[in-house]
Write a protein that binds this ligand. Structure first.
Ligand SMILES: C[S@@+](CC[C@H](N)C(=O)[O-])C[C@H]1O[C@@H](n2cnc3c(N)ncnc32)[C@H](O)[C@@H]1O
Length: 287
């Protein structure tokens, strides 16, 4: 987890704002990352802070510095994304997943295809793997974890978590699914291979890449909060298409889809949006 403390008082002269617009254009041309789809305030402050730490006064000079070295540029993008996560984050929501959503999905299909979109270092994907293994063990469940940050994806593939990542993991799961080891004076927890076989981690940009499809469950939590409203709306509509009829979209604690009915979703409980099962009929009638 690497959080950049952002400068609260990032100055904003017309020159700096023009320079920042140019920075965004250059970055998009070079990497495809379109910062116009992220919330302005947050993005501006974070990049200003990084630029200042690097000893630069102009965004375009900072860009030239980043662009001169591919690994520096990648590191910049990785640091821009906030990767905070933990297993069973907002445990009460995972309880709804365990007691209501997954059992319903497992009645319709013996094994599930899930996507943790914006998975960071995999805590959410591993939490889903634990619940599936508890409810329907040893079936060929598939859980795809995706993110734009290559460093967190590498961590997710290792499946190693810190003590603080583990604070909401029920004690019985902690002993059953993790092997504790001491490293440099701290305890790390490595996930059991029984979980890892369900999981696959890949690079995917929610704002520019084509979406995979056929999912029973998509968890996208604490990711779209950084996106502008238009981008958010496109992402929610794309998730709708990516779900099977009867499938669920699982959002974060502070996230809502206000126009869910317009997209086609039902909202059976807070943070869970369902693609109606009647889609099956529509889809069958159409074929
Ligand atoms: C705060 S973490 C959320 C992790 C996890 N979903 C959770 O709720 O604990 C947000 C993640 O979204 C990723 N992210 C940001 N923009 C993204 C994009 N355009 N496409 C895919 N992932 C993105 C970041 O790299 C970061 O790892």
């Amino acid at each position: 987890m690497r959080q950049i403390p952002s400068s609260l008082s990032a100055p904003r002269t017309p020159e700096l704002l023009r320079d920042f617009e140019q920075f965004k254009q250059l970055l998009k041309q070079r990497t495809g990352l379109d910062l116009n789809q992220y919330k302005f305030e947050q993005t501006y402050r974070r990049i200003y802070t990084m630029m200042e730490h690097g000893g630069f006064r102009k965004f375009t000079d900072y860009f030239r510095h980043l662009a001169a070295d591919e690994s520096r540029l990648r590191q910049f993008i990785d640091r821009l994304a906030i990767n905070v996560s933990e297993l069973f984050r907002n445990p009460e929501q995972f309880e709804i997943l365990r007691t209501q959503v997954l059992p319903e999905l497992l009645k319709r299909s013996p094994f599930l295809k899930c996507w943790s979109a914006g998975c960071s270092y995999g805590a959410e994907a591993y939490s889903i793997a634990i619940l599936l293994h508890e409810l329907a063990p040893n079936r060929p469940h598939q859980i795809l974890g995706t993110d734009i940050d290559e460093d967190v994806l590498a961590r997710a593939r290792r499946g190693v978590f810190t003590e603080s990542d583990m604070r909401y993991v029920p004690a019985e799961f902690k002993t059953k699914y993790f092997r504790a080891a001491s490293e440099n004076g701290r305890t790390l927890y490595e996930a059991d291979p029984a979980l890892k076989r369900y999981l696959r981690f890949e690079h995917h940009n929610l704002l520019s890449d084509p979406y995979p499809s056929g999912f029973d469950l998509i968890a996208c939590r604490n990711v779209v909060i950084y996106f502008e409203d238009d981008a958010k709306d496109r992402v929610f509509r794309a998730f709708y298409e990516a779900l099977k009829p009867g499938g669920y979209l699982f959002l974060g604690n502070t996230e809502r889809i206000f126009n869910y009915a317009q997209i086609g979703f039902e909202n059976p409980s807070a943070f869970f949006y369902k693609k109606p099962i009647t889609e099956v009929q529509r889809w069958r009638n159409a074929s």
